[in-house]
Design a protein around this ligand. Structure first.
Ligand code: AMP
Ligand code: MN
Ligand code: MN
Ligand code: MN
Length: 301
């Protein structure tokens, strides 16, 4: 059944703008992806993406390269980043789109957010040593294109490389998630700060992959309400991290909370990612896409 507008007389709502092949979430070697920004741009173009954003974790250093590569390929571009936030003790990701990547307050905020990663990585390495896995800090660092962004993903690649696990998924399951031996809790940015950095830089803040956090309904309601209270405007509905039940659930929540809807693969690597750039289902026709509100921020090819 096609989606229907609530109370809209039963006719399906079809909006051409929703059919745009927008992919507004992915990672390069600037954070925890394995491809350079230029290679991602090429892959996006080859896969039919029409509007692209590179959203590295806590860093905007790849933005110029991504935008330049997109322009050379005839691909429309929005600036992007994915900010790590601690909300009621749980890590939540907030995607920023269409901001000024040179904004000083945003850059300072991101620098502060990523500041603790080195120490955390050392603590993770010490914890892994306790269960017999030696040299994890140095091993993870070899996989980090940007040492300031050393992340759990780089530890996962080292543990696969050294034969401890068969896949990065297995590493997260056995070692790097809460309650497992290599997990070290960390305090990231506050929700309000992240939303304000993005918004004050002219961008639009989006809750990334809400289906991944395992919140209770009450906690999830609090996240959405507080996010909107801080000026947040969007939510990812169609993402590589959601299943088809999540698509429906978060489409309903976008409408309930009056949020714009986003779409992005969260592509990290040809070897590891289950969803390639530009290959997700279309945004449901009943939703308002984030890109409708960001037309003035698109860097046209
Ligand atoms: P960090 O920012 O260091 O905590 O690392 C978070 C990153 O780890 C995410 O952006 C994902 O790329 C990756 N990640 C988190 N959870 C998983 C998981 N269960 N399986 C695979 N990758 C994951
Ligand atoms: Mn990642
Ligand atoms: Mn994320
Ligand atoms: Mn991501």
């Amino acid at each position: 059944m096609p989606p229907r507008r609530p109370g809209g007389g039963g006719l399906p709502t079809i909006r051409a703008v929703n059919l745009l092949n927008a992919d507004l979430h992915c990672h390069s070697v600037v954070s925890d992806g394995t491809l350079e920004p230029e290679a991602l741009a090429q892959r996006a173009k080859a896969n039919g993406v029409e509007l692209w954003a590179l959203t590295d974790h806590d860093e905007v250093d790849g933005q110029r390269r991504a935008a330049d590569a997109a322009r050379r390929l005839g691909l429309d571009y929005l600036s992007g980043c994915e900010i790590s936030v601690s909300f009621i003790g749980i890590t939540v990701h907030i995607v920023g789109l269409g901001f000024d990547a040179d904004d000083a307050a945003l850059r300072d905020g991101l620098a502060a957010t990523r500041g603790g990663r080195g120490e955390r990585a050392q603590a993770m390495s010490d914890a892994l040593a306790q269960v017999g896995i030696k040299g994890a800090f140095e091993g993870a660092l070899r996989h980090a294109g940007n040492p300031a962004l050393i992340s759990r993903t780089h530890f996962a690649r080292f543990l696969v490389e050294s034969g401890v696990c068969q896949s990065t998924d297995e590493v997260f399951r056995r070692f790097l998630t809460e309650g497992k031996p290599g997990y070290v809790p960390h305090r990231w940015a506050s929700l309000g700060d992240a939303v304000r950095w993005i918004t004050a830089a002219g961008g639009l803040a989006v809750i990334a992959h809400p289906g991944r956090y395992n919140f209770t309904p009450t906690q999830e309601y609090a996240l959405f309400s507080e996010f909107i209270g801080h000026g947040g405007r969007g939510v990812e509905v169609i993402t590589g991290s959601h299943n088809s039940a999540d698509y429906l659930k978060y489409a309903d929540m976008a409408l309930e909370f009056g949020l714009l809807a986003s779409r992005g693969s969260d592509f990290h690597s040809p070897e590891e990612s289950h969803t390639d750039l530009g290959t997700l289902p279309d945004l449901p026709g009943r939703l308002n896409p984030v890109w409708s509100a960001l037309q003035h921020r698109v860097q046209r090819a």
